[in-house]
Design a protein around this ligand. Structure first.
Ligand code: ADP
Ligand code: MG
Ligand code: MG
Length: 252
């Protein structure tokens, strides 16, 4: 089973400390949810894990199956099996979604191990069905003229085809109506196995009705301040975040 291990992570943006001592282990077969008020560093965590140059890791370690993730380039992280929904270019003229996907899959599989065309077509068809995406969508230029909902589905499509070890979904629910949300969740649920660990980052509990997390973590002030099971997400939905701040004496 894959394992992503984050220890004592500190991340600064423009010199300002945002993530301040975060610990988290995600293993294959597990769904973790990180929830938290706006501006507490959820996206900063995701960007730092994927190696966005603006997000400077000032302390701590991140390993994927024992390998030092922080020493890897962005491309290498993707090749090794880290996936961030949002990591890919939003619009690319002249490159069809399907060509883009095949190139990305082959980069992940490595030279000499390219995906046979028929296998690619079969996997693509299957994922398109799951996500209720029309066939002709993948012939269009990547994300060009896609609606918000179509872009989100496209991100999940990428995840389904790339078969990452660890997938990070940052606010994949934002701007989706309930039907689109269910479809996106179906794609994630279909992928879940011992070979995939998922980190779902969300401000709202809604998504977690469809992608059931095993573990829920509350991020505040750049740290995980509380962890629990799915019931924690329900408590947050019902009561908001203030009771946690009060219980922990957090002032902001
Ligand atoms: P969340 O995703 O939890 O809403 P973010 O990680 O986006 O929070 O932001 C955490 C803090 O870091 C905020 O104060 C935000 O203004 C700051 N921040 C994040 N990214 C940037 C950036 N690229 N440039 C400047 N400040 C940033
Ligand atoms: Mg935000
Ligand atoms: Mg965010």
């Amino acid at each position: 089973r894959p394992e992503l291990k984050i220890e004592n992570l500190h991340v600064a943006v423009d010199g300002k400390p945002i993530i301040r001592g975060l610990n988290l282990v995600i293993r294959g077969g597990e769904v973790h949810a990180i929830m938290g008020p706006n501006g507490t560093g959820k996206s900063t965590l995701a960007q730092a894990l994927m190696g966005h140059p603006r997000y400077e890791v000032t302390a701590g370690t991140v390993t994927l199956d024992g390998e030092d993730v922080l020493a890897m380039s962005v491309d290498e992280r993707a090749r090794k099996g880290l996936f961030l929904a949002m990591q890919y270019p939003s619009e690319v003229s002249g490159v069809s979604t399907s060509d883009f996907l095949r190139t990305a899959i082959n980069a992940r599989r490595g030279e000499g191990n390219e995906i046979p065309l028929m296998e690619f077509v079969r996997k693509l068809d299957r994922a398109l069905k799951t996500l209720e995406m029309p066939q002709d969508m993948v012939r269009r230029s990547l994300n060009e003229g896609f609606s918000g909902g179509e872009k989100k589905r496209n991100e999940i499509l990428q995840m389904m085809l790339l078969e990452p070890k660890i997938a990070i979904l940052d606010e994949v629910d934002s701007g989706l109506d309930i039907d689109a949300l269910k479809i996106v969740a179906r794609g994630v649920n279909e992928m879940l196995s011992e070979n995939l660990g998922v980190l779902v980052i969300t401000h709202y509990q809604r998504l977690l009705n469809y992608i059931r997390p095993h573990f829920v973590h509350v991020l505040m002030q750049g740290r995980i301040v509380k962890s629990g099971g799915p019931e924690l997400a329900e408590a947050l939905e019902a009561k908001g975040y203030d009771w946690i701040k009060e219980a922990l004496g957090i002032v902001d």
